[in-house]
Design a protein around this ligand. Structure first.
Ligand SMILES: [Zn+2]
Length: 280
């Protein structure tokens, strides 16, 4: 009898909708894991209100909070990177350059130019970590060298904000030469009485830490920034010893006399301005 037969039901399993916080309103803090209002974060120099974690800034954001409003004039915009080795790993170097340029709006991992801090003129270079890990290739080296030469000629102080994973592998040996090139230019600048303030932000490592970043007359760093040459794991494997806690942070380097000051982002402009006045 048909009416006694149970209808065949199939059970549908529906997974609950994944609710993700909209990234244009909320940001998850990498320091404490809390969700923070993006607006609140932006009004606090991109520093977490709850745990003081300093988010990475793009070159443009850094320039905006450091220089006097409307005073920045970018230079060397005509210099662009070229894939002279035809380098290919999982992607071609050219493809990576186009992608990075599209995502950051920069032509390479540094923006250089001139501006004013509390009306004091400066030559400034700001690295952008989001452009291929802030890696230093021939363009970064050339832009820094030209900036240092212009600062020498114009007798104005030089400020470089570093944020880099090191040399750019896609340019092979040419990227390593930039260490000597930038260091040479800075040495000439200093011999001619120039004042160089190096500001280290998270992370400053590899060839950048081993050249111009640690050559400042004054070296300041943001709290808890990773600063060092090789990564801690590589060092531990090489020397077969455990590293002390906090190794390669700004605070550790300050306590060992490698850097001069650890300055919170909200106090950076004020501090740089006082240093410029003192050393002029
Ligand atoms: Zn936090």
């Amino acid at each position: 009898m048909n009416w006694f037969r149970k209808p065949k039901y199939t059970t549908l399993t529906v997974s609950p909708p994944q609710i993700k916080p909209p990234s244009n309103i909320w940001v998850k803090c990498d320091g404490c894991g809390e969700l923070i209002y993006k607006n609140e974060l932006e009004n606090n120099f991109m520093v977490c209100i709850k745990c003081n974690f300093h988010f990475r800034l793009s070159a443009k954001e850094r320039i905006k909070i450091t220089l006097d409003k409307g005073s920045f004039k970018e230079d060397f915009t005509e210099i662009h990177p070229v894939d002279f080795l035809g380098f290919y790993d999982t992607k071609g170097y050219n493809e990576r350059l186009i992608e990075a340029s599209k995502n950051t709006g920069c032509s390479d991992a540094i923006v250089c130019g001139y501006g004013k801090i509390d009306k004091k003129p400066v030559a400034i270079g700001v690295m952008d970590f989001s452009f291929m890990g802030g890696s230093m290739g021939s363009v970064v080296g050339e832009k820094i060298t030209l900036l240092v030469e212009k600062a020498t000629e114009s007798k104005i102080p030089l400020i470089i904000f570093s944020s880099s994973g090191g040399a750019r592998i896609q340019e092979g040996m040419v990227s390593l030469i930039q260490m000597a090139k930038t260091s040479g230019a800075i040495s000439y600048f200093k011999k001619n009485g120039g004042f160089y303030l190096s500001a280290l932000t998270d992370p400053t490592t590899g060839g950048v830490a081993a050249s111009f970043a640690l050559l400042g007359d004054i070296i300041i760093a943001e709290p808890k920034a990773l600063i060092g040459f090789a990564g801690p794991r590589v060092i531990e494997q090489t020397i077969r010893q455990h590293l002390p806690s906090g190794f390669q942070t700004s605070e550790f380097l300050l306590s060992h006399g490698i850097i001069d000051m650890v300055v919170e982002r909200k106090n950076l402009k004020k501090t740089i301005s006082s240093l410029l006045t003192f050393f002029s």
